[in-house]
Design a protein around this ligand. Structure first.
Ligand code: BG6
Length: 611
């Protein structure tokens, strides 16, 4: 996600801004920029696509910009592809207002219409420019920066950490926050702001954490906080004891655990961009209802965990929309001379948007005249650029090689496609459509509940860590979850494991089950519970140590296994999003127990952009 820094004090601002942005590089970005209030008045903005080093060269490391108050930004593109014009800071026409923003303004289109009607024009494709001009509009209306910020907060929907400078209020920075983090530090006569602690930790350890719907006026060595009623509020500082490295991980020991815990907000962000007035709206990806009605078959090609999303999507799409779905690993799909139908749709799923096999699968389908839809996390990536339609996951940059939050976001996009497809094809009625959407909206809370207490998983991990083989068994969507759980364990703990459709185990592999062999059974599909339970009995009778992930209330299953994790009851189609959480945590703790490099496992790359 984007990184924000700001400073007002007695030193030159630009070098401090550049130093702070460098501490936020780990968050991933595609462009960067700074704005400084000039000593003679007025704001100057310097920004560019590419790495911080490009920006640094443009301003001689900051020395070329004079001024003691400024804001800076590293951009992870969500609206508008990576480019200099889309980079932050954004500004109004005369640069009297400049702003940087981290988050997603969901009603940016509606605001743009309103501002256009009032004579505003726009130079970029970003929601942030619209946010900046919204503040400009209210500042012109009220003539008061706090009232302008309050009006902004009340007017926009979405998430934001925003920092604004008004040219006629030099040496002051105004900030507001909702859902995207924003911190403030004061040290003597110097005031610092950032979207994350690492950027200012070298200057101060007593940090103010902005809360939702709060505003602050930052002056040299002073911060004044306001609530949404424009009333001044008192805030206490928190003492940060972390070092910079652990601060980059938000206080978690590894990026993977930080990203596991980001999943509720990532799911919420991804879903919020696919819903409009409580209905699924895929128009941002140019996926029209008319097109969906024309689809007679779906082919899915992806790699690794993204492939496992495709397997889960097959079950959900076929169950809800009654459209046949083929899923294949992209490296097989691209070479097996696939048969394409006239009304096929190829869906490719990729976090990086650069995976060579997946890109090749996309190109092969396009050469055969097949429409293509990409589910991608990185704007401007090769797959995003070449697909006919693109739906973005809003996972932000994923640092850990083993994917978690991007996987969860990909699932959500697939669910949205399945539900919309079912709606337009009439295979579900309005009542079920509404119920499914409510179930989608309840997933973040259910995931959060699974993250609340992982004590028992930690204990189980110590038991699994000494094993040489682990089996994951499940039926239907649970089989897809087993594929992902097995890969997670292999990737980061180096323990051999296999995922098996429960019903297939008896056709050979059950010969490997013997005393104390760990078997992890995922049983969340009510229709298949009895069958799955009998598979548990089969392996138990051969001495297996069985852990089950099942729905709360399934005590008959819980009482027949050695270890049980209950997940909240949810729509059966969507349980993969919840049942995967204990498996992610289990793999993480096994890897930590074995003292391995969780975030950078041996032999693996975050993206395999070559064959
Ligand atoms: C692997 C990653 O290299 O590629 C996996 O380790 C990922 O986590 C797979 O699922 C596919 O990558 P992408 O970027 O196409 O989703």
């Amino acid at each position: 996600m984007c990184g924000i820094v700001g400073y007002t004090g007695s030193s030159q601002a630009a070098p401090i801004l550049m130093d702070g942005l460098a501490k936020l590089e780990y968050r991933g970005y595609d462009s960067a920029g700074v704005a400084v209030t000039k000593p003679e008045g007025g704001n100057i903005v310097v920004k560019t696509k590419g790495r911080l080093s490009v920006l640094s060269d443009m301003i001689d490391g900051g020395c070329a910009l004079q001024g003691t108050c400024g804001i800076g930004h590293t951009r992870w593109a969500t609206h508008g592809e990576p480019s200099t014009v889309n980079a932050h800071p954004h500004h109004n026409d005369d640069y009297s207002i400049v702003a940087v923003h981290n988050g997603i303004i969901e009603n940016f289109a509606e605001l743009k219409v309103k501002l256009t009607d009032k004579g505003y024009s726009f130079y970029s494709q970003t929601d942030t420019e619209i946010a900046t001009k919204t503040i400009d509009y209210y500042y012109r209306k009220w003539g008061d920066p706090i009232k302008a910020m309050v009006s902004f907060i009340l007017r926009v929907r979405g998430s934001y950490a925003i920092a604004v400078m008004f040219a006629d209020l030099p040496e002051q920075i105004f900030i507001a926050r909702k859902d995207s983090p924003l911190v403030v530090g004061i040290n003597g006569g110097e005031t610092y702001l950032a979207s994350d602690v690492p950027a200012i930790l070298k200057y101060c350890r007593d940090i103010y954490y902005m809360d939702n719907m709060e505003i602050a006026r930052l002056e040299k060595g002073k911060a004044t906080f306001f609530n949404v009623d424009s009333k001044i509020i008192e805030k206490k500082t928190k003492r940060i004891e972390w070092d910079v490295e652990s601060a980059e991980k938000g206080g978690y020991e590894h990026f993977m655990m930080k990203e596991i815990h980001e999943q509720p907000s990532v799911i919420e962000n991804t879903l919020s961009c696919l819903l409009k007035d409580n209905s699924i709206d895929l128009s941002e990806g140019k996926v029209t209802d008319e097109f969906l009605q024309s689809v007679e078959r779906i082919q899915i090609a992806a790699c690794g965990s993204a492939y496992h999303v495709g397997v889960a999507a097959k079950y959900v799409i076929e169950d809800l929309a009654r459209v046949p779905v083929n899923v294949d690993v992209a490296s097989e799909f691209r070479y097996r001379n696939p048969v394409f139908g006239k009304h096929d749709l190829l869906i490719v799923i990729s976090q990086s948007g650069e995976t060579a096999d997946t890109l090749a699968a996309l190109r092969g389908a396009k050469e055969n005249g097949v429409k293509t839809l990409a589910i991608v996390n990185v704007l401007g990536s090769a797959i995003a650029r070449e697909a006919d339609m693109v739906l973005y996951t809003k996972a932000g940059p994923e640092i850990s090689v083993a994917t978690t939050k991007a996987y969860s976001a990909q699932l959500i996009v697939c669910y949205a496609i399945a539900v919309r497809l079912a709606k337009v094809r009439g295979t579900i009625d309005d009542k079920r459509y509404t119920k499914l959407i409510k179930s989608l909206q309840s997933i973040p809370a259910q995931v959060k509940k699974m993250l609340a207490d992982d004590t028992s998983i930690k204990w189980l991990a110590t038991k699994i860590a000494g094993k040489s083989d682990v089996f994951f068994i499940g039926r239907g969507i649970d089989y897809a979850t087993c594929l992902e759980g097995s890969l997670k364990l292999k990737e980061i703990s180096y323990i051999h494991s296999e995922a098996y459709a429960s019903g297939e185990l008896k056709h050979g592999t059950i010969s490997l089950i013997e005393n104390e062999v760990p078997v992890i059974s995922v049983i969340t599909q009510p229709r298949l519970a009895e069958k799955s339970k009998s598979n548990v009995v089969e392996v138990k009778s051969r001495g297996a140590y069985v852990m089950s992930v099942t729905l709360s209330g399934n005590y008959d299953i819980g009482n027949s296994v050695d270890f049980c994790i209950y997940i909240p009851k949810t729509e059966p189609c969507f349980t993969a999003s919840v049942s995967v959480i204990p498996l992610q945590l289990l793999s993480y703790y096994v890897s930590v127990t074995k003292g391995l490099d969780v975030d950078m496992p041996r032999n693996l790359a975050k993206c395999v952009s070559v064959e």
